[in-house]
Design a protein around this ligand. Structure first.
Ligand code: GAP
Length: 456
């Protein structure tokens, strides 16, 4: 196996492969695109769905203490007033006076946080990351929530926000879930779905977008148990990263300092990954205390306390541990980890070595020739596999070698080749993506054979 460089060229290879093979396309491309928006294509949607479904299994349905919700994306704007998002969900922004680019101040080279400077930042040594000039306006806070109007009247009374996180739906529905499911502490509520942030500087492919997907859970606990629960969820996040197949050496668990932590969090650990563009956040784990439920209780006037069913005198606002996972960042790191190159028969072989459960296509059915004699039974075989809920691609164009390479490049674990001998011996060749080993197996047992191999 060739050692591949993990620098910016890896990112270029991934972006190009994603476009060429139908994983991820630039958004609205025929109209010249829309800056930093991306559309998942036929393979990308399968990959993303597999990741979301595995997450849901691991964090919701395989656990006795979790339930899910799927809430409206646009919530009552009071939700975001209560949480402080309207007042403080902002990034510091500055305009370059030379090229008029609007930049995130904290990302500029040479900038220093300085409360005595105008706008809170000393920019005397800073350089514009676009034009290199050193003339800036005064830094301002820029609220990242996307706004729109609900209904036909576009005035201030109709302003609503596209949710910047999925978390708040779990807090707002805490009472409904508690009453409808009669849960006892500790228990959690999970949700996955779209979130929107008007990022000042989106970029790095799907790493930072203005529209993205989150998988989050809020785990409600007694305050005295927070340390043990925090460790439990950190362990579960590590297990998830193993399930995704992420190499330990590219992961970092960063304890966020008191100064850098969100004001409502008593402890935050960021999971960071060595991307081709540097070490940056992948996921986050926070102890949000009783901040959110407390705020919603105060703003809504509704009681959001938990009453101990065994002791009527005990009534309190539960505390919360929150593991938060970006779906798109999960897709990106999975692609980066899966990418392999090697030289086989003097040719470059690219393969995406996804864990089998994650691969968008599980089996390719390839007749050795396009002739009806082979293509008709091969199509039937493909349908038999589909009927058994195995995702199949049928391909009869070009040489078998080229077809194998195409499947390797999209990460298909197994190719099933139907040849002229298959007509008489009732056997097909199953080829393994990673070892390239081939074995003859009976057509009659193909579903069991593939299901068995996919288990590994
Ligand atoms: N409820 C907590 C929360 O929203 P966050 O760290 O702001 O925390 C959670 O976001 C996760 O969402 C991040 O760890 C990252 O995986 C993902 N994420 C955040 N902003 C993103 C963006 N602009 N584009 C893509 N993913 C993003």
């Amino acid at each position: 196996m060739a050692e591949i460089s993990r620098g910016p060229e890896l990112m270029e290879k991934i972006v190009s492969l994603c476009k060429r093979r139908g994983f991820i396309f630039p958004g609205s491309e025929i109209y010249g695109g829309l800056a930093n928006s991306w559309d998942y294509g036929p393979l990308g949607v399968e990959l993303k769905n597999n990741i979301k479904q595995m997450w849901w299994k691991m964090f919701v349905t395989r656990r006795p203490d979790m339930v899910g919700v799927d809430a409206a994306l646009i919530m009552n704007p009071k939700v975001w007033e209560a949480t402080g998002h309207v007042a403080t969900f902002s990034d510091p922004m500055v305009e370059c006076k030379a090229c008029h680019a609007r930049l995130r101040v904290d990302n500029l080279e040479g900038v220093v946080l300085d409360s005595s400077a105008e706008g809170g930042w000393n920019l005397s040594a800073a350089k514009c990351s676009i034009c290199g000039k050193k003339e800036f306006g005064i830094p301002k806070q820029f609220n990242m929530m996307l706004r729109t109007w609900l209904g036909p009247v576009q005035d201030d009374s109709a302003v609503v926000y596209m949710r910047p996180e999925t978390a708040q739906a779990m807090f707002v529905n805490f009472k409904n879930v508690l009453e409808s499911t009669r849960r006892r502490l500790p228990f959690g509520i999970a949700q996955s779905g779209k979130a929107f942030r008007n990022e000042i500087t989106p970029g790095n492919f799907i790493f930072r977008q203005r529209e993205f997907e989150l998988m989050e859970l809020e785990y409600f606990i007694r305050p005295e148990n927070w340390e043990a629960s925090f460790e439990h969820w950190l362990g579960q996040m590590k297990l998830w990263l193993k399930t995704l197949g992420i190499a330990d050496e590219r992961l970092h668990y960063v304890e966020i300092s008191d100064e850098d932590r969100a004001f409502y969090s008593k402890r935050t650990v960021d999971v960071e990954y060595d991307y081709p563009f540097g070490q940056k956040e992948l996921y986050g784990l926070a102890y949000r205390t009783d901040y959110d439920l407390g705020k919603h209780e105060a703003f809504s006037g509704q009681e959001l306390k938990y009453s101990n069913p065994d002791d009527q005198k005990e009534k309190f606002v539960p505390h919360v541990i929150e593991p938060a996972f970006g779906v798109d960042r999960s897709v990106l790191v999975s692609l980066l980890e899966a990418y392999h190159e090697e030289i086989t028969d003097d040719e470059l072989r690219v393969s995406l070595r996804f864990p089998y459960w994650m691969a968008p296509i599980k089996v390719a059915v390839l007749p050795l020739s396009k002739k009806e004699e082979l293509s008709v039974p091969a199509r039937e075989l493909a349908q038999t596999l589909r009927d058994a809920d195995i995702v199949v691609e049928y391909d009869e164009t070009q040489s078998i070698g080229k077809r194998y390479r195409r499947q390797d490049e999209i990460g298909t674990p197994f190719c099933v080749t139907f040849d002229f001998d298959s007509l008489t011996d009732g056997m097909v060749t199953v080829r393994d993506r990673d070892s390239m080993e081939q074995a003859r197996v009976p057509i009659a047992g193909i579903v069991a054979e593939i299901k068995n191999r996919l288990q590994k």
